[in-house]
Design a protein around this ligand. Sequence first.
Ligand SMILES: C[S@@+](CC[C@H](N)C(=O)[O-])C[C@H]1O[C@@H](n2cnc3c(N)ncnc32)[C@H](O)[C@@H]1O
Length: 282
Amino acid sequence: MLEQILGKMIDPKEGFHWLLKKLPISSLNLRLDFDLFSRPHYAYCIYQACYIAQKLSLTKISAIEFGVAGGNGLKAIEAIVEEIEIATGVEVEIYGFDSGKGLPKPEDPRDLPYIWQQGFFAMDENALRQTLKKSALVLGDVKDTVADFVTKYQPAPIGAVFHDLDYYSSTVAALKLFECENKYLLPRVFCYFDDIMSSNIGIISESVGQLCAIKEYSQQHDNRKLEKVNGLNYIRYFPSRWNDQIFVLHCFDHPLYSNYIHPDLDRQLKLQSCGAWLIVNS
Ligand SMILES: C[S@@+](CC[C@H](N)C(=O)[O-])C[C@H]1O[C@@H](n2cnc3c(N)ncnc32)[C@H](O)[C@@H]1O
């Protein structure tokens, strides 16, 4: 606590951000731009997916959380979706995948058993079901549930996926979802990976955990690449840790991948007169 207060005093921008979070700001755009949602990374991915859907004249998308545990993430998604659906007119189906019993037995050293153990993060299914408004729970080991998910649920195109299964092996299984037909995917799918940042004990690098699963996925697929959104922190008002945790699945073989979606219909860089150049660059 003392550390946090000192941090805010040392960094005036962080102090200002903390103040903003206390204000009753209702504008969705401001709340998105200034990271005022409790999970700004979830809001960012869902909003960007809805923007793409809007531009492609799609009326519905799906948002998925892999790893639900107690359900706080799924509840946060429901609250965000409620606002974004109204603002964008795009409907969002929500799916939460989980064993229902917490982490399974680690099966590979890359699952990082030195920080995760079987049974961690168990779900109270009854309590969660009572509070959920519209999410569907897909319970069972993701190795089984991912296999027939699209056939069974016929989901709207998947636009945002929150990966929080902790293990390398579980994430490999979850990424098999990205082998489905293009009709079940937006051409670009926003993904958040919760477990790719190190702690002093949970040392993360490309050969372990979720980062390893991401790397292998891209190596194994020519037309689909799952890669970090480069430079996201430079376009945020409040650069933050989550900016480094956002990846996008590029589906190069998707029939809508190349459709133009930029808000400006014509983009030109006119030659400026010398005087204007001096004013602009002074
Ligand atoms: C850290 S928790 C998720 C926390 C949640 N996203 C949140 O924000 O509150 C990780 C979850 O992944 C689930 N999990 C891990 N491997 C799994 C697998 N192979 N199949 C199904 N669920 C799995 C566990 O049951 C556990 O609840």
